[in-house]
Design a protein around this ligand. Structure first.
Ligand SMILES: Cc1cc2nc3c(=O)[nH]c(=O)nc-3n(C[C@H](O)[C@H](O)[C@H](O)COP(=O)(O)OP(=O)(O)OC[C@H]3O[C@@H](n4cnc5c(N)ncnc54)[C@H](O)[C@@H]3O)c2cc1C
Length: 320
C-alpha cells in the first residue's frame, strides 16, 4: 500500500487522489467535434463556444475523447460506492495476493453527526463531545482488534483471501482508476453533490481539481449547463405556462432581443445607423427613441447569440 505521494491530493485521514496521466483536453473535444461537423481548425475563442454548445445539447461523445488515469487510496466503504460507476477501468490492490496494512479510516470529530431525520441517507446535527469520543474509540478499538486477529491468522498460515474477511470496511484499499471525461463529469456530478456521502465527496472534489486543470472550458460548461442548469418536467412546464403572466415573458424576451443585438454588434461592429434596424430584425418592439435610451445606458449584457436565440425560443413556447 502506498504512502501519500508528493503530487497527490490528500483525502480523509490517510487517503489520496493522484492524477497519473491524462490524454487530451479541451482541444481533443473540439478536434473530435469538428470531424462530425466537417470543419477543420478554428480559433481558440470559437473552441469555448463549441464546447459550450456540445454540453448544452448533450452531444457527449467528443467529451469521451479525453481520458484520465488516477491513483487513489480510500476506505473500502468508499470504494464500494465508487465501483458502482461502471464505465471506469479499475485495477485494485489485492488482499488475496498481498497482506493488508494497518491503515484504517477514523472520522474527524466534526464529521461524526446524528442520523438525519429528513434525509435517510445523510447525517445532521451536532453530537456531544462525549459521544464523538466514544465513536472514535469504537472505530479504533474494532480496527485494532480485527487487525490483530488478521495478523494472527496470517502468521498461522491461513489463506490471505480468507483472513481478510475479518477486516472491517474502514480499512484502506487503493486502485488505479481510468475513465473518460464524459463519465468522470457524471461521477463528479453525482458524488460531489451535497446528497453524496461526505467521505466519497472528498475524493470526487479532489478529482474535480484535475478536470479543471486539464479541460477548463469543459469544466466551466459542465458547471453552467449541468450542475447549475435547470430542467423542467412536462408538469412543471404546464404550471409555468398557466401561471407566468405573458407580460413578464414579454419583458424578458425584450431584454434578450437587446442582448442578441449587442452580441451581434460585439461580434461584428455595425455603424450607428445600422443598430436600430438590427434590433428590429431580431424582433425588437421598442420605439427608436426608447431603443437609443436603453442602448446608451450601457446596461446591456453581451452573450452567445445562438444560446440567446435558443433561450428566446424556449421562453416564447411558455406564452399562452
Ligand atoms: C446519492 C446517491 C445515493 C445512492 N444510493 C444508492 C442505493 O441506495 N442503493 C444502490 O444500489 N445504489 C445507490 N446509488 C448508486 C446509483 O444508483 C448508481 O448506481 C451510481 O450512482 C452510478 O450511476 P450510473 O449508473 O449513472 O453511473 P455509471 O455506472 O458510471 O454509468 C454511467 C452511465 O452509463 C450508462 N450505463 C452504464 N452501464 C449501463 C448499463 N448496464 N445499462 C444501461 N446504461 C448503462 C448510463 O447512462 C449511466 O448513467 C446511489 C448513488 C448516489 C449518487
Amino acid at each position: 500500500m502506498s504512502n501519500i505521494p508528493e503530487d497527490a491530493i490528500k483525502c480523509l485521514d490517510k487517503g489520496f487522489v493522484r492524477l497519473v496521466d491524462a490524454m487530451g483536453g479541451d482541444d481533443a473535444i473540439v478536434q473530435a467535434a469538428r470531424v462530425s461537423y466537417g470543419k477543420g481548425t478554428a480559433k481558440v475563442s470559437q473552441d469555448r463556444g463549441l464546447i459550450r454548445y456540445l454540453m448544452r445539447h448533450r452531444h457527449t461523445t467528443p467529451f469521451e475523447m479525453v481520458e484520465f488515469k488516477f491513483h487513489c487510496k480510500m476506505p473500502i466503504f468508499v470504494a464500494r460506492q465508487w465501483v458502482r460507476h461502471r464505465t471506469a477501468n479499475i485495477n485494485e490492490y489485492s488482499l488475496r495476493y498481498s497482506e493488508a496494512r494497518d491503515e484504517f479510516y477514523f472520522p474527524d470529530p466534526e464529521n461524526i453527526q446524528f442520523q438525519s431525520a429528513l434525509n435517510k441517507q445523510g447525517r445532521l446535527g451536532e453530537v456531544s463531545d462525549e459521544l464523538k469520543m466514544k465513536v472514535r474509540n469504537y472505530f479504533e478499538e474494532i480496527s485494532d482488534k480485527s487487525f490483530e486477529i488478521y495478523s494472527e491468522l496470517n502468521d498461522a498460515g491461513v489463506a490471505r483471501e480468507l483472513a481478510r474477511a475479518i477486516l472491517p470496511v474502514n480499512l484502506y484499499t487503493e486502485w488505479y482508476w481510468k475513465n473518460d471525461l464524459h463519465n468522470l463529469l457524471h461521477f463528479i456530478g453525482l458524488r460531489s453533490d451535497s446528497h453524496a456521502q461526505y467521505e466519497i465527496r472528498v475524493f470526487s472534489d479532489a478529482m474535480a481539481e484535475s478536470v479543471k486543470a486539464v479541460a477548463p472550458f469543459a469544466w466551466e460548461a459542465y458547471q453552467d449547463y449541468v450542475v447549475s442548469g435547470l430542467r423542467f418536467s412536462r408538469i412543471e412546464q404546464g404550471l409555468l405556462e398557466q401561471n407566468l403572466p405573458d407580460r413578464v415573458i414579454e419583458d424578458i424576451l425584450e431584454d434578450i432581443v437587446y442582448q442578441i443585438t449587442a452580441s451581434l454588434h460585439n461580434n461584428k461592429p455595425r455603424e450607428d445607423h445600422e443598430l436600430f434596424p438590427l434590433y428590429q430584425k431580431q424582433g425588437g418592439q421598442d420605439s427608436e427613441e426608447d431603443f437609443k435610451l436603453k442602448w446608451d445606458s450601457g446596461e446591456i449584457l453581451v452573450g452567445n447569440v445562438r444560446e440567446l436565440r435558443e433561450f428566446k425560443e424556449k421562453l416564447s413556447s411558455l406564452k399562452n
